[in-house]
Write a protein that binds this ligand. Structure first.
Ligand code: NDP
Length: 449
């Protein structure tokens, strides 16, 4: 397995995030690789770490002052053994091939865990929607889709949202696809509710990550009721994580964005959360406004180079990292531990560094890695596609109960697999092996292609 890692590092020495994601998976696969020599002889790992296809393209667009800008667009089609490529689009200045390959790689295993027929992919651009007008975002999305439309399709590749790509962006992207192809095909998920979207899709990743925490707590005969929770981010995943926590009787005391975080000892209630939804999804403002509105709450600005994130240094029971990759490092993990946190459910993708993951696992925390804990989003995308196919829409309650059930199955699958491979309670091993086995077996069935 170290050979595979050497190949990956040798081929693309600068793709650090991708190396990290591959290393995390391959190091936990030892037990399954030694039981199944066919995975070695069929070079499954070597094939898995190489995307089936990478598409890179130019996206020129014009701002409101008629100035022309050029961004880069990408789609990484990682693996289609289980179905058409499926995974989000991210618009953020940090986007590059390393980020998208790590996200695409994670997505392959995550999608396998959902039990739905979906391969894995990821895409996006280094375009930053922050501070842009609606018209600028629209023009960018249209030019992005003017190229992407050639590569996606209902039976090929079905993108969704991710950081920087929410309902507004999905709408503009879809409109352009429809115009260029002259067909109303559901080639994106996260669509608007009145034109093919599913109820609960927006909420699904956050709700799912809370359900995963609930399932982990159940193994110790506990519930979320009365638990104090630290949540990072204030986007789609974070906001609906807090919504579900409130519903289940827990108290969320933090939220953040790239400028800093707020701490509210009383807890964020429904009314405060509505304020945040308006602030973040309508006015697109900064999280610090929260403390201007609610007295007695605190805002701490982000200071780069501190070596730790003070958000994770508060007394609590549970943590829900829901912003971005590597936002919890080894020092943060120790702070969480020392502050009494014993449940970590990852809404974001790879938010914990390898050092942090080791600390969680060594100390027997209930630690749900992103590829399992945040699979509720893509699962509900799968449910959106099912509804599009049968041309029927399920109620909010129906979708939510299917989501809850899928999260329960994922949790159980991780637990059973970890147990079967001699590491009971280790959700990292459980998720990686369960996801890997399903994809590996399908690849063997389909031959060397
Ligand atoms: P959003 O764009 O809605 O929100 C992202 C949040 O994280 C914002 O508050 C943003 O702050 C903050 N953030 C982003 N990058 C950074 C950074 N480099 N440093 C500090 N803060 C940052 O994205 P989502 O909520 O959709 O996604 C959050 C995470 O969840 C990502 O890791 C994503 O891959 C993952 N995920 C999302 C799914 C979905 O369905 N949307 C599905 C599965 C996983 P600011 O606005 O200041 O940048």
């Amino acid at each position: 397995m170290s050979e595979v890692l050497d190949i990956v590092k040798g081929r693309d020495p600068y793709q650090k995030e991708f190396h990290q994601a591959v290393e995390e998976v391959v190091t936990s696969l030892e037990p399954v690789m030694s039981k199944h020599p066919e995975y070695r002889s069929q070079k499954i790992l070597e094939r898995l770490v190489e995307p089936e296809r990478v598409i890179e393209f130019r996206v020129p667009w014009m701002d409101d002052k008629n100035e022309i800008h050029v961004n880069r667009g990408y789609r990484v089609e990682m693996n289609s053994a289980l179905g058409p490529y499926k995974g989000g689009l991210r618009f953020h200045p940090s986007v590059n091939l390393s980020t998208l390959k790590f996200l695409g790689f994670e997505q392959v295993f995550k999608n396998a865990l959902t039990t739905l027929p979906m391969g894995g992919g990821k895409g996006g651009s280094d375009f930053d929607p922050k501070g842009k007008s609606d018209a600028e975002v629209m023009r960018f999305c249209q030019n992005f889709m003017a190229e992407l439309h050639r590569h996606i399709g209902l039976h090929t590749d079905i993108p969704a949202g991710d950081i920087g790509v929410g309902g507004r962006e999905i709408g503009y992207l879809f409109g352009m696809y429809k115009k260029m192809r002259n067909e109303f095909t559901p080639i994106l998920t996260g669509k608007g509710l009145n034109w093919g979207g599913s109820l609960i899709r927006t909420e699904a990743t956050g709700y799912g990550s809370v359900y995963f925490a609930e399932n982990m707590l159940e193994t110790r005969n506990e519930t979320l009721e009365g638990k104090t929770c630290l949540v990072s981010g204030s986007g789609n995943v974070a906001v609906f994580t807090v919504e579900k926590l409130i519903e289940l009787g827990a108290k969320a005391v933090t939220l953040s964005d790239s400028s800093g975080y707020i701490y509210d000892e009383e807890g964020i209630d429904h009314e405060k959360l509505e304020f945040i939804k308006d602030l973040k999804f309508v006015r697109r403002g900064r999280i610090s406004e929260y403390t201007e509105r609610y007295k007695g709450t605190h805002f701490t600005a982000t200071v780069s180079g501190m070596g730790y994130n003070p958000l994770w240094d508060h007394k609590a029971d549970c943590a829900f990292p829901s912003a971005t990759q590597n936002e919890v490092n080894g020092k943060d993990a120790l702070n969480l531990l020392n502050n009494g946190v014993y449940v970590v459910s990852e809404g974001a993708n790879m938010p914990s560094t390898p050092e942090a993951v080791d600390i969680f696992v060594e100390n027997n925390l209930l630690y749900g890695p992103g590829k399992a804990a945040n699979a509720g989003g893509v699962s509900t995308s799968g449910l959106e596609l099912t509804q599009n196919s049968i041309r029927l829409y399920w109620t909010r309650e129906e979708v939510d109960s299917k989501l809850r059930n899928i999260m329960k199955q994922i949790h159980q699958n991780c637990l059973d697999t970890a147990e079967a491979f001699g590491q009971p309670g280790n959700y990292v091993v459980g998720a990686n092996i369960a996801g890997f086995k399903k994809v590996a077996d399908a690849m063997i069935d389909q031959g060397v292609v």
